[in-house]
Design a protein around this ligand. Structure first.
Ligand SMILES: Cc1cc2nc3c(=O)[nH]c(=O)nc-3n(C[C@H](O)[C@H](O)[C@H](O)COP(=O)(O)O)c2cc1C
Length: 372
């Protein structure tokens, strides 16, 4: 492997949130020049891949809630965006319950083949009971939802990698099953998952390729990352870490902070409160009281996944430095949400990303000089 390739592999990666759900990424009445239409999303995906983003993450929601009135389905939407792009990977969110592993494995193997391996998935375990009730899906309790997701992932891996696959789980069973076509052998479907709770972390430490977590301070993120990596080591498993951040990059810090203040001042109070109530079904309600929104304040909840807490809010230089700090505590990917998606993805690609790469190269040189 060339030195340049090794450096690129070691670079922190960027994903952007795909607005396939209406209402943008903050529960606020501030203007959001972001649109959930397919046409807008094609332009955004093309802008993102040009700007250096390696992934886009779509969301799965079945029912209207909290300012999200319309929701395009994640797998079909991801596939449609892949057809209009060349390099970027799309991560489609999949919810065990509505999805069965046999269908998901078949659907994703075909998309993998048709897009030269650019489809990935985010196996989500459910936090919004209202939508499960609305579509007549059973709502297992928190840890059982993760137990099911873990079996779901083990089933997918088994189907994709084994002929005559047999599996006798609590939730899923397979008998002598052979899938054709399988995903491309050198471009497997990467498996992401979301969460923060004990159950989410344990699943990441056993079966997922990537663990996405909500925004947080570097100190709190480090605790979580160390905890997961320690457990993964015991399981002889490797897992990469992605952290959510709502990025407000502006030419001056004052401008960036003023935008944050305006988002919060114009928060849709009723919707934020309802969203906060719904999140109690997630890890916050478990015995250990950890979980995605266990310690979220009202202000935090204005961004769906605590993205303000990561504090990528300021000038390009400030943001780049904080991203390298995140990398140094073990973060492999920053999942970025924006107020005005296309404009800000482009600004990020022009102003912030080159600084991140400069800082990373400088750090690599320093490390090399030290070890020489
Ligand atoms: C980055 C990220 C993306 C997520 N995307 C979705 C989604 O599209 N649909 C969904 O129902 N849940 C989604 N979730 C929710 C998680 O799957 C999980 O249910 C939630 O984080 C609760 O976690 P906890 O058990 O750790 O509290 C996402 C979570 C994260 C961190």
């Amino acid at each position: 492997m060339s030195q340049q390739q090794a450096q690129q592999d070691n670079n922190v990666k960027f994903a952007y949130w795909v607005p396939n759900v209406s209402g943008g990424f903050v529960v606020s009445n501030i203007e959001q020049r972001t649109d959930w239409s397919y046409e807008y999303n094609v332009r955004l995906a093309q802008a993102a891949e040009k700007s250096g983003f390696e992934y886009g993450l779509t969301q799965i929601r079945f029912a209207s809630s909290y300012g999200a009135e319309n929701q395009h389905e994640s797998v079909s939407f991801s596939h449609a965006l892949l057809a209009k792009t060349e390099k970027i990977k799309l991560i489609a969110a999949i919810l065990p319950g509505p999805w069965k592993p046999a269908l998901a494995a078949k659907q994703l193997a075909s998309i993998n083949q048709m897009t030269n391996g650019r489809i990935a998935i985010n196996v989500v375990s459910g936090w919004f009971r209202g939508e499960f009730d609305a579509i007549g899906e059973e709502w297992p309790e928190h840890n059982q939802r993760y137990a099911r997701s873990e079996e779901f992932i083990r089933s997918l891996r088994g189907i994709w990698n084994t002929d005559h696959f047999n599996f006798d789980g609590k939730f899923y069973q397979f008998k002598d099953y052979t899938l054709r076509p399988q995903p491309l052998p050198n471009k497997p479907v990467e498996i992401f998952q979301g969460g923060s709770s004990r159950a989410a972390r344990d699943m990441a430490a056993s079966v997922s390729d990537w663990y996405f977590t909500n925004g947080n301070t570097p100190e709190e993120l480090k605790k979580q990352i160390d905890d997961i990596r320690e457990k993964a080591k015991v399981n002889n498993h490797q897992v990469k870490i992605g952290v959510n951040a709502f990025i407000i990059a502006r030419d001056t810090e004052e401008e960036a902070k003023a935008v944050l203040q305006e988002i919060i001042d114009k928060a849709n109070i009723k919707a934020v409160k309802n969203f906060g109530d719904a999140t109690r079904e997630a890890g916050a309600s478990t015995a250990e009281g950890e979980g995605n929104w266990a310690k979220s304040s009202f202000e935090d909840l204005v961004q769906y996944n605590d993205g303000f807490k990561t504090n990528l809010i300021g000038t390009p230089q400030q943001i780049a430095e904080r991203i390298v700090l995140l990398k140094n505590i073990g973060v492999d990917l920053v999942l970025s949400g924006f107020l005005h998606c296309i404009e800000e993805v482009e600004y990020f690609g022009q102003k912030v990303l080159p600084l991140v790469r400069e800082l990373e190269a400088k750090q690599a040189e320093q490390l090399q000089a030290k070890s020489a």
